[in-house]
Design a protein around this ligand. Structure first.
Ligand code: CA
Length: 617
């Protein structure tokens, strides 16, 4: 026995009998890049009793700085630095147990792609199409059911998986492009191996892998490439507040303080107001931040620096690996705000021209503004998140066209939301929308009134900000949130081979759906080339007599947008009140009908209608 050991030792095969159970099962991030702005990297190493091992790296330009152990012996966190002289290639991370080695992990340093750091994120010149991937199109039936995944496809269950996937999105990029969108945002695609409700993607079980029922990591990269070929941008949805209780990290927690723990299930109070409320009790604010979102979603404690690093690196890994153009951060106010700020700073250190929108589902403009980058906050807080979801605007859009105009109701709601823009550091970076995957379908909110729908869509695409439209809006899809989320996330007709109709084609849409499709397409395509809508100034006039008029303008161009919210009265709006905007203009082109308007002294609008005029000298 002794002899055999000596020979093995001489040959360099020094696997110990005692160390044979200790092995590396996983290293995350699984690989990295040379040429990153931040030379530091923290490797999570997972394996049974791996903390008994001492790591070693012999690779020019790569040094171990520190090794961190945690409560759980199955983890090691290795701080390395990657110096400028480090060349792309593979190196072994060796692990010594006593004086013996266990099988090493071969780690790859890839060469950073040319231009990766300079990539330009989405901005106000873009229009975003939001897709719930499981419900858009099933491009690959072979991945509907995967043996290793708990939940199987069942289209008869509104809350089940329906089989939509990355291939389905990739197949319809031309459709999205033709509609006039410039950017897609897909709800999360990373692994959600949960027994139920796994389709929506917001309970992650593996931060580094695309869910196999949606496709592979390579399929995702291919989707990004196919978007870029068509000059489309793509936004990835990321979640840092919580993850699934079935996440491998939660099932074998590195340390107790990776998540907020309670003797029994304790929900968040969902009152983000407690974050800025000067009178908030510690009890309420703590409950907001530490309570769980749901019984199957463990609430992450990003105050743990190892966890914080893990999430930051995971983000940078996805950006670098896939080539995405932006991120949508879920439930921004529910994470520790210091973490959000640090996370965003780290992303912009690597990608200065990138963009991020944070979901801040809040009632008021004041608190929404607090969460936007460079806000003039009394406590000095800076989230570093450039774009915020404009929920106050969403509430206004959803009420305005259903109400009779009054001092505060009807069109006045739109007006008053915009009057609050002084609170925002960058209102032009607000994401504006009529609905999304968590809300009533816009057409349903409007009691399926097509005239109101046209008014809402016109406002959305001509107001300040970055417009986002939920898939299916173009075919007037309906759905009520109170019936269950499955009903606002219905399958797009034609996305499945056995569907009765195919709304991806003109022939497959009803006459009314084609009217809606064309109306949206016309406005989107016009918006795409109308720089004045992207970067022009905004000026409005107080709503009067059920009407509301605003202008988008710069030194060369001027757009007039008018609404008549009366359900039964035709309105003739005298334009002398708007002289400061209109005095230099002689005629106009109606961008919806294409007709020339030579008389500008008054605008005649039928009941419940809108007009968009390009003013001409
Ligand atoms: Ca599928």
């Amino acid at each position: 026995m002794k002899t055999k050991f000596s020979i093995l030792f001489l040959l360099g095969f020094t696997f110990s009998l005692f160390a044979q159970d200790i092995k590396v099962e996983k290293v995350e991030p699984p690989f990295w890049w040379t040429g990153m702005a931040n030379p530091d990297l923290q490797l999570l190493v997972y394996g049974s009793d791996i903390s008994a091992a001492t790591p070693e790296i012999n690779y020019s330009g790569v040094n171990i700085i520190r090794v961190n152990k945690v409560e759980n012996p199955n983890y090691l966190f290795i701080d390395i630095t990657i110096l400028d002289e480090a060349q792309p290639g593979f190196f072994d991370i060796m692990f010594k147990v006593g004086n013996r080695l266990i099988p090493p992990y071969s780690f790859e340093l890839k060469k950073r792609k040319e231009g990766s750091a300079e990539r330009k994120g989405f901005d106000r010149s873009d229009a975003i199409y939001l897709i719930m991937p499981d419900r858009f199109s099933n491009g690959d039936e072979s991945n509907d059911n995967i043996p290793a995944m708990f939940e199987k496809a069942d289209r008869s269950n509104p809350n089940g998986r329906h089989g939509g996937d990355i291939k389905g999105i990739t197949n319809h990029l031309d459709y999205i492009k033709e509609l006039g969108f410039t950017t897609i945002w897909a709800n999360p695609l990373v692994e959600n191996n949960n027994p139920e409700y796994s389709y929506h993607g917001y309970a992650i079980t593996d931060f580094y892998n695309i869910d196999p029922r949606f496709g592979t990591n390579k399929d995702y990269v291919n989707l990004v490439d196919e978007c870029h070929k068509r000059n489309l941008k793509i936004i990835m949805d990321m979640i840092f507040n919580h993850c699934s209780i079935h996440n491998w990290l939660i099932k074998d927690l590195p340390a107790e303080d990776w998540i907020h723990q309670f003797p029994e299930f304790t929900s968040s109070n969902f009152r983000a107001s407690t974050i800025t409320d000067p009178y908030a009790s510690d009890f309420d604010r703590t409950r907001m931040l530490t309570g769980w979102f749901d019984t199957h979603m463990a609430d992450l404690d990003q105050r743990n620096e190892l966890l914080s690093n893990y999430l930051i690196q995971n983000t940078i890994w996805w950006i670098e690996y896939s080539g995405i153009d932006g991120i949508r951060v879920d439930t921004q106010p529910y994470s520790y705000k210091e973490f959000i700020s640090e996370w965003s700073r780290a992303v912009f250190t690597e990608y200065p021209n990138f963009n991020i929108v944070g979901e801040a589902w809040l009632q008021k403009e004041s608190i929404t503004a607090y969460f936007q980058k460079d806000a003039d906050n009394i406590d000095g807080y800076n989230s570093n998140i450039p774009c915020t979801t404009d929920f106050p605007m969403y509430f206004a859009i959803n009420n305005a066209f259903n109400e009779k105009d009054s001092w505060i109701e009807g069109l006045a709601r739109l007006y008053y939301v915009l009057t609050q823009d002084f609170l925002y550091s960058h209102p032009e970076n607000n994401l504006v929308f009529c609905d999304n995957h968590d809300l009533n379908r816009f057409y349903t909110s409007l009691h399926e009134d097509f005239n109101k729908w046209k008014m809402g869509i016109t406002f959305l695409l001509t107001t300040r900000g970055i417009p986002m439209v939920y898939y299916g809006t173009e075919i007037l899809m309906t759905g009520e949130e109170s019936k269950g989320h499955g009903f606002i996330r219905k399958d797009f007709p034609g996305g499945w081979a056995d569907d009765n109709s195919n709304a991806f084609t003109t022939e497959g849409r009803t006459a009314k759906q084609n009217d809606a499709f064309k109306y949206l397409q016309n406005l989107l395509q016009w918006r795409q080339k109308s720089e004045v809508i992207h970067t022009g100034l905004f000026k409005h006039f107080v709503p009067e007599n059920d009407t509301y008029v605003y202008f988008r303008y710069n030194k060369d161009d001027c757009i007039l947008v008018a609404f008549n919210n009366s359900p039964n009265e035709m309105k003739a709006i005298k334009t002398d009140r708007f002289a400061e905007c209109m005095k230099d203009y002689k005629y106009a082109i109606n961008i919806i009908t294409g007709e020339n308007i030579n008389y500008l002294d008054a605008l005649t609008l039928p009941p419940k209608s809108t007009v968009v005029l390009e003013l001409k000298k």
